[in-house]
Design a protein around this ligand. Sequence first.
Ligand code: IPD
Ligand code: CA
Ligand code: CA
Length: 257
Amino acid sequence: MMLEQMTEIAKQAGKFLKENEGNISRIDEKGSFTNLVTDIDKGSEKMIKDFIEKNFPGHGILAEESGASSPLSEYRWIIDPLDGTTNFTHSFPVYCVSIALELRGEVIAGVVYDPNFGELFSAEKGSGAYLNGKRLRVTSAATLEKALLATGFPYDVRHNPFNCIQHFEAFLLKAQAVRRLGSAALDICYVASGRLDGFWEVNLHPWDTAAATLITAEAGGKVTGFNGEKYSIYQRDIVLSNGVLHDQMLEVIKQNL
Ligand code: IPD
Ligand code: CA
Ligand code: CA
């Protein structure tokens, strides 16, 4: 099944990232000094695309650094070759590879591989979520006072109209604690695995969220937009929780919009 091949290439790309940490030859800015891309992001992306083109010719691809291809098939692969580039450039060991597969616009499988911990998060639609083969389940924390949350700040935080800093402040005062790890795909998988109880962010892209949101949903979590609407990987805002906390999180966001 495709999940096996997704796992194989995610692990190969993750190994490539780890081997090249501290060995970056080129860092470019993508429109802002905060949004970086390295030759290693590009090398990882090429490795994953070459694998897909060889094994699944005709499938569509949407990859962060090279954009979208025109698919001949109903399948489309959504790739973040290195989620957590800023961390990577500092050898701060929180980054991963994210690969998802869409069929007719619906995400049906996803893997997120963290080469630092050797952790492979995976899910197929309707078949549960797993971490290195072990079934995942979200937490049952029922109040924000008991909740460990995470978020990320968009690269354009200096101009973003979405009140990211007010949201951060409001959650900081309500939750047990708030973390900022620097890899949205891992943040989301950590809700699936019960290490976090909830997550929110603005300005994410499909390659950040496609695999990880399927994994969290398959682990029993809830994923919506800021207004509580059904989440689409093509929207920018996201709220994700163990389900029980969801309305409390939406309320905090609403009060600070
Ligand atoms: C970024 C990370 C970060 C999030 C940013 C993303 P990148 O992805 O996921 O945690 O806050 O919004 O763009 O650029 O490292 O692939
Ligand atoms: Ca990313
Ligand atoms: Ca990336």
